[in-house]
Ligand binder design. Structure first.
Ligand SMILES: [Zn+2]
Ligand SMILES: [Zn+2]
Length: 358
């Protein structure tokens, strides 16, 4: 991706000379997520174009220089099925990493496929091989977890593990999820697994809502065929006019934020995860929506190693009851990348996958 708003180009790169502790991953699958569409629209600041997109990626170990180990210290060998944590170079020393305990806000942090430039090498999954620099966190895929399971969950699953941590769901809670993208669907699935009694998902397009239901949402509400007033009435009806214990925003719209405040009960919590880009201001009434309501609003930015590892365990445990593999609806080869981007932009399918060898 050489710049925003122009077609993605195919380029050949030399195979890198690996430093000690470095490795090459042979890509099996990567994804086109909402972030990639934002990158293509030029909506993220400080992106060092040209980039090789594809921040969450899986494949097999092609080669390594020296003994390569996974994050649990187990030696890895060629052909092992791997996933790696796309966030790297988090410093562990700065204020964010230490005193504030918010490593996702570390200024040194870099992310494959987003903040790593193609001028530096193969730092993205829309490539046949990905360079795993020394220090990148690597994990083996559990034996039962397929590439399609992992990439179907993708970054939306990692984000949702973090969301659920922030949401602090208590057994029996009523949870409203705003958004039927990969994040919203995974958040609904994990909310249910975390013990929510009732999970309501609001989103669109309508073609996704059946999958959202099968992912774990007890009730799905079609955003496109309802009014805000009707949605609020439905949530209130479902909660005996109390409102939801937890509301999760995975929609990325200022209007969704305004609306979500109304769904939460007095003393409830609202987790904001969908505003990865700046989509403009929301208009709220601090008295009515926050102060009087005694509402707890929590941001949720990026993910940490623990969320990545937990996502793998979640897939291992729940892949049979939650159809993550169905989120990755269609797979595209490298020559079809621009079609895949257009498909992701149009939101016709839940997620387009990239198989660079196809
Ligand atoms: Zn740091
Ligand atoms: Zn992503």
């Amino acid at each position: 991706m050489t710049a925003p708003r122009v077609p993605v180009e195919l380029r050949e790169f030399p195979e890198p000379d690996l430093p000690s502790g470095g490795a090459l991953l042979r890509t099996a699958m990567s994804e086109v997520c909402g972030t990639d569409v934002h990158l293509w629209h030029g909506r993220l600041s400080g992106v060092p174009y040209p980039i090789i997109p594809g921040h969450v990626t899986t494949g097999t170990l092609d080669k390594a220089r020296g003994e390569l180990k996974d994050v649990e210290g187990r030696p890895l060998k060629e052909g092992d099925r791997l996933a790696f944590f796309d966030v790297h170079r988090t410093c562990g020393k700065c204020l964010a990493c230490t005193a504030h305990r918010t490593p996702t806000r570390c200024p040194s942090r870099r992310v494959y496929g987003i903040t790593d430039s193609a001028t530096e090498g193969l730092y993205g999954g829309w490539a046949q091989k990905v360079y795993l620099e020394p220090g990148v966190i690597i994990a083996k895929l559990p034996d039962a977890v397929t590439f399609a399971d992992y990439i179907g969950g993708g970054c939306g699953l990692l984000t949702s593990v973090h969301i659920i941590e922030r949401a602090k769901i208590t057994l029996g809670d009523t949870v409203v999820v705003q958004g039927a993208g990969a994040v919203g669907m995974s958040a609904a699935a994990l909310a249910k697994k975390a013990g929510a009694g009732l999970v309501v998902l609001i989103g669109g397009p309508a073609s996704r809502l059946d999958l959202a239901h099968r992912m774990g949402a007890d009730v799905v509400i079609d955003l496109d065929s309802t009014t805000p007033a009707a949605r609020l009435a439905q949530v209130m009806d479902l909660t005996n006019n109390i409102g939801a214990d937890i509301v999760i925003e995975a929609a990325g719209s200022p209007r969704a934020f305004e609306e979500g405040l109304g769904f939460a009960r007095n003393g409830g919590a609202y987790v904001i995860a969908g505003h990865y880009t700046n989509t403009g201001d929301s208009t709220i009434n601090a008295h009515e929506h926050i102060n009087r309501k005694h509402l707890d609003i929590r941001g949720c930015w990026g993910s940490e190693v623990g969320h990545f590892l937990r996502a793998l365990r979640v897939l291992d445990e729940y892949r049979e009851s939650v159809p993550w593999h169905e989120i990755g609806a269609k797979t595209y080869g490298l020559t079809q990348i621009n079609d895949a981007l257009a498909m992701a932009e149009s939101m016709v399918i839940p997620k387009a996958l990239i198989d660079p060898s196809a």
